[in-house]
Design a protein around this ligand. Sequence first.
Ligand SMILES: C[S@@+](CC[C@H](N)C(=O)[O-])C[C@H]1O[C@@H](n2cnc3c(N)ncnc32)[C@H](O)[C@@H]1O
Length: 302
Amino acid sequence: MIAKAEPQEHMRRKRDAYWADLVGGVTGRYKTEQVARLLEGHQLPEDSAVVDVGAGTSGLGDMVAELGGAARIIRVDYDEGIVATGRAAETDPAVEWRVADARDLASWSDRVGAVTYFDILHELYSFVGREGENPAVDHARGRAAVEEALSAAAKLLAPGGVLVITDDVLPEEEVTVGVACLRTEIAELVRRIEGEYRSRPLEIRWLDDHTFELPARTFITLLTHYNKPKVGDEARWSVEQMEVHEYMKVSEYESFLRSAGLTPRIAAGTPPEALAEWRADFEVLSGLDDFPLKRVAVVAVK
Ligand SMILES: C[S@@+](CC[C@H](N)C(=O)[O-])C[C@H]1O[C@@H](n2cnc3c(N)ncnc32)[C@H](O)[C@@H]1O
């Protein structure tokens, strides 16, 4: 097993900047709809539990339990503070809270009908993927940590059980994209992010004051993060600077999950509000026909 990271700094920053958006905002609504659609009509194995990994403060695991008819919910987080607060406030006897790392599931013996990862795998990728003091995430190392967690979960699932994943997604196309900033403030913002973001080199090549080229895989990273400093949300920007949100393409989810013995259903798309904001700030000039897709939702059946 890959050594566990100790992302204390991340936990500290996040406690100061915990975001409601992941559950109730644009992203929260979008991912809830995507997952509900993919899960429609799927009955979870009888008497099984939903294990919501990286549950944080969200109740999205409850939706999966309700839709699939699960008997119990086990909320898991490696942040002891989150678990202690959740446990103290819990009134539902069918809900249990556990402190555990996403990769600990290999040693569990519960009867599990669903394991859910709502916007947590990118954290595993980012923190385990970093070696020593190097601020850049090593892709192979991060990816191996994600695969280790998903493989353990796939083994734990009872037949007919599901893995559920939501996150940001890498574009399929490995191309260089030409981009124009539509206002001077946006060009200045891109230069700021270029200077401050260390988790993945953005590889931006400026062509003039307002126009640049970069790989499609870092264009989506830029699009994911730029609106936090844009609106002055410095607390959230300080958290997200430590993260890479995009670690797999749709085709990579597909092939990895099949090799783990699961049958995936996958939906990829962009929340309309995010697309409207991108269109107001940038224009795609070359390389792609349009902006890359932002979000992925996966339901993989055992
Ligand atoms: C971005 S939040 C998402 C919270 C919630 N699932 C949602 O969608 O709103 C990620 C959560 O995963 C937890 N987390 C990150 N890495 C983890 C790991 N390796 N094992 C367990 N929990 C982890 C964090 O503490 C945090 O609560």
